[in-house]
Ligand binder design. Structure first.
Ligand code: TMP
Length: 210
């Protein structure tokens, strides 16, 4: 048995956090040791960086500062949470990982992808999820869902065009790496989406002989 790293990705309003929780509970009920975590976050230091990143007071933040801070939070997250859990041969399920950086800071903000890749190599030392679930929804529906739950942070205040670029980025990344990144349409209800995620993850774990 070895550890497995699964990430969930997507634009705003896909129900990603709820699906991360439901998937964790499902795997735990099946007797697996699972660590549920999220980016930016997962450690005390990363959560402080998250506050800085998402605060409405950070409107002046330069895109490169933003890029560096997401990477800084990730380094801490990997060394305090992800690597130790994988070393214990547990399953790590993270609500976002470095695909979000390429999607938001790369495709969304327009920062050069080579620069993002270079920083990613420094931050992750090449660590990639074994499996990534990309929850896809159209931008208007996603943003509307977030408005309904009153979720407002600095990135959610970006215009629709920004979120369209992020979504297109995620879809392009999935097309480039179809083995790792599996797209799940999440316009259906919570239960239907959960069922689809369970199917993909169970098949994946079976293939790995876990
Ligand atoms: P959350 O709303 O899923 O908790 O994520 C926080 C926000 O941070 C979300 O708008 C996406 C954004 N984000 C980036 O822009 N780059 C990143 O690398 C990560 C992890 C998140």
């Amino acid at each position: 048995m070895k550890g497995f790293f699964i990430s969930l990705e997507g634009i705003e309003g896909t129900g990603k956090s709820t699906q991360t929780r439901l998937l964790t509970e499902y795997l735990q009920q099946g007797g697996r040791a699972v660590v549920r975590t999220a980016e930016p976050g997962g450690t005390a230091i990363s959560l402080k960086i998250r506050e800085l990143l998402l605060s409405l007071d950070s409107r002046e933040m330069d895109p490169v500062t933003e890029l560096l801070l997401y990477n800084a939070a990730r380094v801490q997250h990997i060394c305090e949470v992800i690597r130790p859990a994988l070393a214990r041969e547990e399953i790590v399920i993270s609500d976002r990982f470095s695909d979000s950086t390429l999607a938001y800071q790369g495709y969304g903000r327009g920062i050069d992808h080579k620069m993002i890749d270079a920083l990613d190599t420094i931050a992750t030392k090449g660590m990639r999820p074994d499996l990534t679930i990309l929850l896809d929804i159209d931008v208007e529906t996603g943003l509307q869902r977030n408005r309904e739950i009153n979720k407002r942070d600095r990135l959610e205040l970006e215009d629709v065009a920004f979120h369209e670029k992020v979504r297109a980025g995620f879809l392009e990344m999935a097309a480039q790496e179809p083995e790792r990144i599996r797209i799940i349409d999440c316009s259906a209800g919570l239960e239907t989406v959960h069922q689809k995620i369970k199917d993909v993850v169970s098949t994946f774990l079976d293939q790995q002989g876990v």
